[in-house]
Design a protein around this ligand. Structure first.
Ligand SMILES: [Ca+2]
Ligand SMILES: [Ca+2]
Length: 478
């Protein structure tokens, strides 16, 4: 009840803000994020009471698919579409119309029409959709062109000179019917398949050269996400980014038992969220028993949050796309800067660098002058509350240069409480070009009052020269 009232209040404020700021909208909501990137979800027949607690963008699950709206020819059923659209508009959330031209969930009667009638019906469908939902921020114009071509595609241009003339025609119709919307293309199986990504980019560039497409949708369902590597994800995101168009993750879900799903979200969600070209993420369902694939839910049917959702909340509190840690949580990926870290007894840095990374493309680097028994630090100070977590983790790496002698000592540490009590991960050592994952047990300390955390380095007695050391992927774990 509280959440419902809060949502309504904040929605009203956001709506007022939209009137003032016009096109430059920050999605100020009671949802998990409040920055320029949205984190949305789907709405089916009715709006879940918790929707606005978590999400700030709306895609109808089925309500704006042609087969749902026009199951009987020329008898339009806009009921579910209206429910989603009206909720989005009254709460200041961007709305995506999904979808206009797709070879699945199309009306059963369209296949048996003449080509001329097919073209007339698709045209009418697009125009009626635009008349009713022209205020949609986004429109999925063509869905799954590489997997589910519509049977009627020869009626709307076929392959033609471009090989994809039916898609060009569809986007031309959509541009006319939705002149104020961003037009997207949408496809699955891309994030885990660089070869298919190349084929997708080929279609996208045909549209881009004609000024017809405004963004790239990648579905990212569990069958593509569960086992994909971060490296492959980054390869694909790089290929899509090269088009210069924004990327929208349109149908994200990941499965697994609590621990498996948590690990998958922790490893892969930041790769998507923190990519500067990813402008929004939409999840495909979140409530147990109401998702299209079992095991993808984030909220149990009894209302409790699965660990992946608990983590997502903490990760996103203050993190709206790579901005780094906050006083409410600890998370550092160093993709866009030093994120408030400092160095002690160092000869250079700290810098955000691409020289090495354990996650995404950047880490934090300092240069250290090595001498027998000398200590060096990379750290962040403040007041941090890590309640709800039992471990702090980080990955540390050493350069190929520098005289490490019998090994550079490394510790992950925290200082906590009014007397700055010390706790660390215990000793480990790395040699030249070494990498190590450090885990600090947070149990037994005052989690509400962490004053500092970081990495301590201690030089071996037989060390010499200058080394560069790196830290990346600093995060909390249960
Ligand atoms: Ca019709
Ligand atoms: Ca990183």
């Amino acid at each position: 009840m509280f959440a419902k009232k809060l949502t309504k209040l904040v929605g009203t404020i956001a709506l007022a803000g939209m009137l003032i700021t016009s096109l430059s909208v920050d999605y100020a909501q009671a949802s998990l994020v409040s920055g320029s990137k949205f984190l949305g979800n789907i709405i089916a027949g009715s709006v879940p009471s918790s929707f606005g607690t978590y999400w700030n963008q709306v895609t109808p699950e089925n309500g704006t698919k042609w087969g749902s709206v026009e199951g009987a020819r020329n008898s339009m059923n806009w009921g579910q579409a209206d429910t989603s659209y009206n909720y989005a508009k009254s709460n200041g959330m961007p709305f995506k119309f999904h979808t206009l031209v797709w070879g699945s969930q199309e009306p059963s009667w369209v296949g048996s029409l003449s080509a001329a009638d097919q073209k007339a019906e698709v045209t009418q469908w697009i125009q009626l959709a635009g008349q009713r939902y022209g205020g949609s921020e986004y429109v999925d114009v063509v869905n799954e062109p590489l997997h589910a071509k519509p049977d009627y595609r020869n009626a709307i241009g076929g392959d033609g000179a471009t090989g994809w003339d039916w898609i060009v025609w569809s986007f031309q119709q959509a541009r006319a019917a939705f002149p104020n919307s961003k037009l997207l293309i949408n496809e699955y199986g891309i994030i885990n398949d660089p070869n298919l990504a190349d084929q997708y980019v080929n279609i996208i560039n045909i549209l881009k050269s004609r000024g017809l497409v405004d963004g790239i949708g990648i579905q990212c369902h569990q069958f593509s996400m569960d086992t994909v590597s971060v490296s492959t994800m980054n390869t694909v995101l790089g290929k899509l980014s090269a088009t210069g168009l924004p990327i929208y993750v349109s149908e994200l879900d990941m499965t697994g038992d609590d621990a498996t799903q948590l690990a998958r979200y922790q490893q892969k969600f930041p790769v998507l969220w923190e990519n500067p070209n990813v402008k929004g993420i939409t999840l495909w369902g979140y409530i147990q028993g109401q998702t299209w694939i079992n095991g993808t839910h984030l909220l149990n049917s009894n209302g409790t949050e699965r660990p992946a959702l608990q983590w997502l909340k903490t990760y996103l509190s203050g993190n709206n796309g790579g901005s780094g840690g906050t006083t409410a949580s600890i998370y550092h990926d160093f993709e866009s800067g030093t994120e408030g870290w400092a160095g002690g007894t160092i000869s250079g840095g700290p810098w955000s660098t691409t020289a090495w990374a354990s996650k995404n493309t950047h880490s934090l680097q300092v240069d250290i002058p090595m001498a027998s028994g000398s200590a060096h630090y990379m750290y962040k100070t403040g007041t941090f509350n890590v309640t709800g977590f039992n471990q702090l983790r980080a990955t540390v790496h050493g350069s190929t240069w520098g005289g490490y002698g019998s090994g550079l000592g490394v510790k992950l540490y925290v200082k906590y409480g009014s007397n700055y009590a010390w706790k660390d991960s215990g000793w480990a050592t790395i040699g030249a070009n070494g990498t190590i994952n450090l885990t600090l047990d947070l149990t037994g300390i005052d989690k509400t009052n962490i004053k500092e955390y970081g990495i301590q380095f201690i030089d071996a007695s037989n060390s010499s020269g200058t080394a560069s050391v790196y830290v990346d992927n600093v995060y909390l774990w249960n």
